[in-house]
Design a protein around this ligand. Sequence first.
Ligand code: NAP
Length: 315
Amino acid sequence: MTKQENIPLALVGIGKIAHDQHLPSIARNPDFSLAATVSRNNSVEGVISFSTLTALLNSESTISAVALCTPPHVRFEMAWQALSAGKHVLLEKPPGATLSEVQSLHDLALKNGLTLYATWHARHAAAVDAARAWLSNQHIEAMRIVWKEDVRRWHPGQDWIWQAGNLGVFDPGINALSIMTHILPHAVHLTSADLEFPSNCQTPIAAKLEFATPSGAAISAEFDWRHTGHQTWDIIIETDNGMMKLSDGGSHMQVGGGPAQHGKDREYETIYRNFAALITANKCDVDLAPLRHVADAFLLGKRRMTDPFTDTSPS
Ligand code: NAP
């Protein structure tokens, strides 16, 4: 595809993230035009709407790309259908319910000469690239990830997050792992996990993880969805050259006692710019590292049953 061509795109799953980020980012990106939506319950004014992806793909629509904003447990079939129909596919994070299904999608995209883009929006937060560059010259002694938020505030009425095939507290936690795997200059692997499951849910509400590194640095992560008050999305890194803190989900970086550095968050703007570039270059971008760590936590994790979860938030 040449750079000048505008890419007619369908947005599938018109929920929170579609409204908050995808619709405004598509509207601002001249490489894309929103040609259709797929949703069982919602629509976008002025845009043709279908209740299923099958109906869209069987229609006269001339879309050439699909962005999937549905929950992970229903993503695979839609992505497979779209790639089989010759459409480029963008996957919201996490890219799927299992590692193997995403691998199958990647294989199909390569076979059909299409772009598959497994997005990790948190990697494009304002200070993440600066943190990665700074860390590349340091000896890392320890890293502590603290991701504590109130599930009722951020996921009101989203029953799917508690169903098998979705990630529970790893739904935000995987954002931290996507940053970790992007800024660390070497691979790490999980050595222990403690998971807390509400007695009425299939996915965890809290998790504590420990990782081993080739250098012996101590890396830990704590995810908790029961946290009210000040919300915390921090990564604190100790090096032989002092401490660095990446806070607010990667938006701010502070080295030692110095001033906090931050820029404007352009996470989804960057995602759509990358998607257009990948389509033009006829390439895929499918990094499974963050999902692999979550899968390892489900494999290794010690499980503890905790109080049942009740969604008391107004949905
Ligand atoms: P959401 O508000 O619940 O929206 C999910 C959308 O998928 C809805 O439009 C929903 O219904 C559609 N859908 C299709 N099949 C579904 C099914 N079986 N169960 C539930 N919904 C189904 O969720 P969201 O917060 O936008 O999250 C969607 C994805 O984006 C997740 O993977 C999440 O990790 C990721 N994400 C979310 C955020 C955030 O701040 N919320 C941030 C970054 C990434 P309709 O058919 O009615 O459209």
